[in-house]
Every structure is written in structure tokens, then in C-alpha cells.
Design a binder for this molecule. Structure first.
Ligand code: SAH
Length: 230
């Protein structure tokens, strides 16, 4: 069957959103050092406005994070771009994400990897984002509701692990579930300011490097922020 040219079936609202996405990537993401074409393409495609609460949809493509309920936030587009490009995901990779939140970052990962497991400690957010991701046809994603600082041993090891909440130290179980040759990206530092840390697992040890300053909501859990019970 021949496919219709996609422009002919697109509503005016959809093409408005598409140009908003293109502008978001061109103004706020690409100029800040995100140059991986696959990451930029994924961010041009994922309908970010659907991942924010209805009253905030008009702000979905701006240069900021936004509240998503339960005291949590969807990250600023540039931060999603930086963290995703630091992961250097290849199409065959199996990825573990801690902190599904709105599911936006998960949707971006799902376009780049073979399989994505995403863990969210708040049931309601896990339910919502899982439903939305299914609706959008992200079939290679599995969202689970529990404390992600334990990781998800059932599907380990992972080629890539992304933590989208801030903590003092990399949770030990996540290091254990990272494949040799794999990479883990996590915001490390005190609650008011972290740096994006990239950890690489080599044959016999781990190498790490700290990058951009960011502010994330806390990673709450057994191996997360000290003193905050899961
Ligand atoms: N990547 C998300 C950002 C969400 S904010 C997005 O694009 O929307 C961070 C999320 O991490 C919050 O939803 C919070 O509930 C979740 N979180 C915090 N600690 C967690 C833990 N131990 N395990 C799983 N999720 C956690």
C-alpha cells in the first residue's frame, strides 16, 4: 500500500506544534553543545506538549523545566539533550532509566535504543506516563513503579543507565547492573546544585567525569539521597 505524504494528513495544530519543536531544538538545545543528530531528531519528533499538564501546554516548548504534579518536574529541553547525548546510545542498546516522571525523556530514549526499562517510585506518575507512552506507540518501553535505586536486576546488565533525579553518590546497585563497556549518566551533588556525571565501566574499574551544572529533584530511595527514606 502506498503511504500518503504525511503533510497532507497533518492538522494545522500539529504543524504548529512541529514548528514549535523545531524552534525549541534550534534555539535552546543545539546551540548549547548538543550536536548528536539522532538526539536532535528525536527531540524534534517527540510531542513534548503531551507530557505536561494541560494548562501548561502553551509553555511546553519553552526553555524551562515545568511542574508535572507531586512536586516533580519535566526537565528543561537542553538538559534532556545534554544527558541523552552523553549517553551515546546505539540502536541495539538496552537502557535503564531511573525517574520516569512525565515520560518525556523515556520517549526520547525509546527512539534511540532497542529497549528501555524505566523505573518511577510514584505509582500515579508511572501509570500516567506508561499509558501515554503506549498511546504514542513506544512499544519498546516498559515502565515499572518502584524505588529505582535498586535498579532492575531482572533485565540486567544494561548498556546504558540514566538517572534523572539528583543524588550524592551513584547508587551501588546501578553500578553493578551496568555492562562492561557501558555508560551511566547521573546528576551528582547537593540538593541545590549537581553536575552531570558520566561513569564508564571498563574491564576492571570505573572511570568518571563531571560536566554541566544542573538542578534536579531528589533521588528518593534506599540508595538515594542520604536520610530520605524510599
Ligand atoms: N525524566 C523525567 C524527569 C522527572 S523528575 C521527565 O522527563 O519528566 C524525576 C523523577 O524521579 C520524579 O518523577 C521522581 O518521582 C522520580 N524518582 C525520584 N526518586 C526515585 C527513585 N528512587 N526511583 C524511581 N524514581 C524516582
Amino acid at each position: 500500500m502506498r503511504q500518503m505524504p504525511s503533510n497532507s494528513v497533518r492538522s494545522p495544530a500539529a504543524s504548529r506544534e512541529e514548528s514549535a519543536r523545531r524552534e525549541m531544538v534550534e534555539r535552546f538545545v543545539a546551540p548549547r553543545g548538543v550536536d548528536d543528530p539522532r538526539v536532535l531528531a528525536a527531540m524534534r519528533e517527540v510531542p513534548r506538549h503531551l507530557f505536561v499538564p494541560e494548562p501548561l501546554r502553551g509553555k511546553a516548548y519553552g526553555d524551562h523545566s515545568l511542574p508535572i504534579g507531586f512536586g516533580q518536574t519535566i526537565s528543561q529541553p537542553y538538559v534532556v539533550g545534554i544527558m541523552t547525548s552523553r549517553l551515546a546510545i546505539e540502536p541495539g542498546h538496552k537502557v535503564l532509566e531511573i525517574g520516569t516522571g512525565s515520560g518525556y525523556q523515556t520517549a526520547v530514549l525509546s527512539r534511540l535504543a532497542r529497549t528501555v526499562y524505566s523505573l518511577e517510585r510514584l505509582d500515579e506518575l508511572a501509570r500516567r506516563s506508561s499509558a501515554l507512552l503506549r498511546q504514542l506507540g513506544c512499544q519498546n518501553v516498559s515502565v515499572k513503579a518502584f524505588d529505582g535505586t535498586y535498579g532492575y536486576p531482572a533485565a540486567a546488565p544494561y548498556d546504558r543507565i540514566l538517572v534523572t533525579a539528583g543524588t550524592d553518590e551513584v547508587p551501588e546497585p546501578l553500578l553493578a547492573q551496568l555492562a562492561v563497556g557501558g555508560r551511566l549518566v547521573v546528576p551528582i551533588g547537593p540538593p541545590d546544585r549537581q553536575r552531570i556525571r558520566v561513569v564508564r565501566r571498563r574491564k576492571t574499574d570505573f572511570a568518571q567525569e563531571d560536566g554541566e551544572a544542573v538542578v534536579f529533584v531528589p533521588l528518593v530511595g534506599k540508595f538515594g539521597r542520604a536520610g530520605i527514606p524510599g
